[in-house]
Design a protein around this ligand. Structure first.
Ligand code: URA
Length: 290
């Protein structure tokens, strides 16, 4: 469909439709289906950010079938697809992010510095920042991966179904949102709920570390693979870290880390809840002993 063939009422209807599905900003001349992009292994990245010539020589309608376009065979040399849209290409300097995070004097200050962080494109796509929440004086902190749809709308960590499951798990060992602190590796929802990219993590990690320093928990629980690898090291994973305590320093703060399965995973694989029950018992014993 060519935009210039639409009547003004049709254009208005199209804009209203975009609005109703949550589109609130224009980041490119083309609409890009991030889900199909992540499935395409080997498309020319060079086509992604640019406008395409339409039949009449003008610009192509934003309603182009991008996947079909990417699958054309005669596009010249292939470059690996990074699934980056133009705005995601705008990368900041993690060292500057670290200086900014270190300059924060308290959690509120850190939040106000993070909210305007340049160089992490997740911020531009998300509805709002989902900073850590719960009790900032808590001795125990849980770290998940990233906000999802519900968190993005409500602005709180673990606000959706996985949050309900987490609440039930916590209740089983006498914990609640008022007795712990919750945060994520990245504080903005990644498009399509994909895993955050290494550069996005690198930009946000100094803020999470500073948050951990301010909360200063005795116990930190990494929920899932992304939190585990980010906080315990790239060479770790859930299989080789679960079931034991890891003495770690995060920022300037020494603490004990436990890793466990992510509630999103448990929603898909409920039979794995018995594994988490063992982790919860370890947490309970540690709290009672301290
Ligand atoms: N999943 C996460 O990792 N974090 C949230 O806050 C919600 C879902």
């Amino acid at each position: 469909m060519q935009l210039d063939s639409l009547t003004s009422n049709e254009m208005l209807a199209l804009l209203n439709w975009y609005k109703s599905v949550g589109v609130d900003m224009c980041v490119s001349d083309l609409s890009v289906d991030q889900f199909s992009l992540s499935e395409v292994k080997d498309a020319p990245a060079s086509v992604l950010p640019q406008s395409l010539p339409g039949k009449s020589g003008g610009k192509q309608s934003p309603l182009i079938d991008v996947k079909a376009f990417l699958e054309k065979k005669d596009d010249g040399p292939k470059t690996p697809l990074t699934a980056q849209s133009p705005i995601e290409g705008a990368k900041g300097d993690p060292e500057q992010a670290q200086s900014l995070a270190l300059s924060a004097n308290n959690l509120e200050d850190l939040r106000s510095k993070l909210i305007n962080l340049d160089g992490c494109a997740l911020r531009m796509r998300a509805t709002q920042l989902v900073f850590g929440d719960g009790n900032p004086d808590a001795d125990i902190m849980f770290v998940g991966k990233a906000p999802g749809r519900d968190e993005d709308i409500q602005g709180h960590t673990f606000a959706g179904r996985s949050g309900d499951l987490l609440d039930n798990m916590l209740k089983a060992i006498g914990l609640s949102r008022s007795t712990l602190y919750l945060a994520n590796i990245v504080p903005w929802r990644p498009p399509g709920d994909r895993n955050p990219a290494p550069h996005e993590i690198a930009m946000c990690l100094p803020f999470l570390k500073r948050q951990i320093e301010f909360v200063a928990p005795k116990i930190l629980v990494c929920l899932g693979e992304v939190a585990t690898r980010t906080l315990l090291g790239e060479d770790t994973n859930l299989i080789n870290t679960r079931g034991k305590w890891h003495e770690t320093k995060i920022g300037t703060h020494d603490l004990q880390v436990l890793t466990s399965l992510h509630p999103d995973f448990l929603l898909k694989q409920p039979a794995q809840k018995r594994q988490v029950w063992l982790d919860l018992q370890m947490i309970k014993r540690e709290i009672e002993a301290s």
